[in-house]
Write a protein that binds this ligand. Structure first.
Ligand SMILES: [Zn+2]
Length: 104
């Protein structure tokens, strides 16, 4: 496993813990949803994070934090913009594949 994969794994672990913590703190957050500002999908409130004026779902938080770590983005708006024209889709695909591998 290289450093990049290691970092993504770590972030996925942290993000998963955030969902658990949120549900523990506020059980309703598991059933409440919102429209993610990054992927545009309707996602569970638990595990979501507010970055300034944007709220990102748990999946996008992983992408955001990994992107920050690898200096792919300087602020969250860059990720939102990048997501629009799929500049980071390679990264997103990579993370999805990692998840799929784990779920098998
Ligand atoms: Zn999202």
């Amino acid at each position: 496993m290289n450093d990049k994969e290691e970092t993504i794994k770590e972030m996925q672990e942290i993000a998963r813990q955030m969902v658990i913590d949120d549900i523990e703190e506020n059980p309703d957050s598991e059933n409440e949803g919102f429209d993610c500002d990054c992927c545009g999908q309707y996602k569970m409130l638990a595990g979501s994070v507010r970055y300034g004026e944007y709220r990102l779902c748990n999946d996008c938080v992983v992408i955001a934090e990994v992107s920050f770590k690898f200096n792919k983005i300087k602020d969250i708006k860059e990720l939102i913009d990048a997501n629009e024209d799929n500049r980071l889709s390679g990264m997103c695909e990579f993370i999805k594949q990692e998840e799929a591998r784990e779920n098998n």
